[in-house]
Design a protein around this ligand. Structure first.
Ligand SMILES: C[S@@+](CC[C@H](N)C(=O)[O-])C[C@H]1O[C@@H](n2cnc3c(N)ncnc32)[C@H](O)[C@@H]1O
Length: 327
């Protein structure tokens, strides 16, 4: 794809609590789903060291190619942020036009090689990297990656996949986003990975990343969901499908075909999809669920217990929880 020559930078200052929501909105509209997060830093006690100050406001930026749709997209972002501003204070939306060189610098300085777990290394596609013998290298443009690190919910899943993927397994990545977990599963030796997302933009980005990582033979990316997930709208729209799930959709869930499912969704979606997730797993298969905010953890655990899944592991990072269940 040719890189556009002029860019519109969209920036907004937000409170730390709003970072995630606003970043999701910017990722939806920004080029390649990328968002730069500039956190508030304070000088540390150790001379020139700097520390992140979790109480300071955060700047979020995304970039739009300056084309015929740029104004329409800017208005959509403004509209989505207006909804958020009804609940949380947000700074005014700021825009400026950037030439290609300035954009490349503004954007790329925030990304570097990122090592996760024991062997997984995420390398922005414009950087050179000489892999170590055991490295599992994922070549990814920012996409769902936030700031200088990955989102904790993704990091937790990658650490679990590293330990859990076995050769030739049949894996489902439900809510694939950038495709990161599906690509990791393929490089860790899975035999077949189905990567589903109900957001067409995510599907396009995931497919591009699958091709960049040359795992097309193993990963199948498709637009859609599992069982009653098919009746849900975009995850940021609050459309979780009808209150009474349609039994006809549940009946469409593939039965007992996956050895491993990774589902980095949100608690409410995991709870609704619990019967479909359990049905799709082979007996003895494992479910990695993530995207669970700690106050919702009990609800998710109860929903999984109800469909016969046994909890075998729990991992937390900050307020985020990832669970491993066995059918
Ligand atoms: C938090 S992101 C996770 C992305 C990626 N798997 C990762 O770990 O970084 C959640 C993704 O799930 C998708 N999603 C949300 N609800 C869904 C549903 N009902 N069915 C399929 N995909 C869904 C969203 O579009 C989004 O791309």
């Amino acid at each position: 794809m040719q890189t556009p020559s002029t860019w519109l930078e969209i920036s907004i200052e937000v409170e730390p609590e709003a970072v995630e929501t606003v970043a999701e909105i910017l990722a939806r509209y920004g080029y390649n789903g990328g968002v730069v997060v500039e956190q508030g830093w304070i000088a540390g006690d150790e001379g020139p060291e700097f520390q992140y100050d979790p109480t300071r406001p955060v700047w979020l930026r995304t970039y739009l190619p300056f084309d015929d749709q740029v104004e329409e997209t800017r208005q959509r972002i403004e509209h989505a942020l207006w909804h958020v501003s009804q609940i949380r204070p947000l700074g005014p939306l700021q825009t400026r036009t950037l030439a290609e060189e300035d954009w490349a610098n503004a954007w790329k300085q925030f990304y570097s090689v990122l090592r996760i777990g024991e062997r997984t290394v995420i390398v922005p596609s414009w950087l050179e990297y000489q892999p170590q013998p055991d490295d599992i290298v994922l070549w990814l443009d920012p996409g769902m990656a936030f700031g200088t690190g990955l989102h904790p919910t993704t990091r937790l899943c990658l650490q679990l996949l590293e330990r859990m993927v076995q050769p030739d397994q049949h894996v489902l990545d439900l809510g694939t986003g950038s495709g990161i977990l599906a690509i990791a599963a393929a490089k860790l030796g899975a035999g077949h990975v189905l990567a589903l997302d109900n957001d067409p933009i995510a599907v396009r980005v995931a497919q591009e990343n699958v091709e960049r990582n040359q795992v097309n033979a193993v990963v199948q990316v498709a637009e859609g969901s599992l069982g009653v997930g098919q009746a849900m709208g975009h995850w940021l729209s609050g459309d979780f499908g009808p209150a009474e799930p349609d039994p006809a959709l549940r009946a469409q869930t593939p039965q007992a075909i996956f050895d491993l499912i990774a589902a980095n969704l949100i608690a409410k979606v995991l709870v609704t999809l619990a019967p479909d997730l359990a049905a799709a797993l082979k007996p003895g298969g494992y479910l990695i669920s993530s995207g669970i905010i700690d106050i919702k953890e009990r609800e998710v655990i109860a929903a999984f217990a109800k469909v016969g899944l046994t909890m075998v592991e729990r991992h937390g990072e900050g307020e985020w929880v990832a669970l491993v269940h066995r059918r």
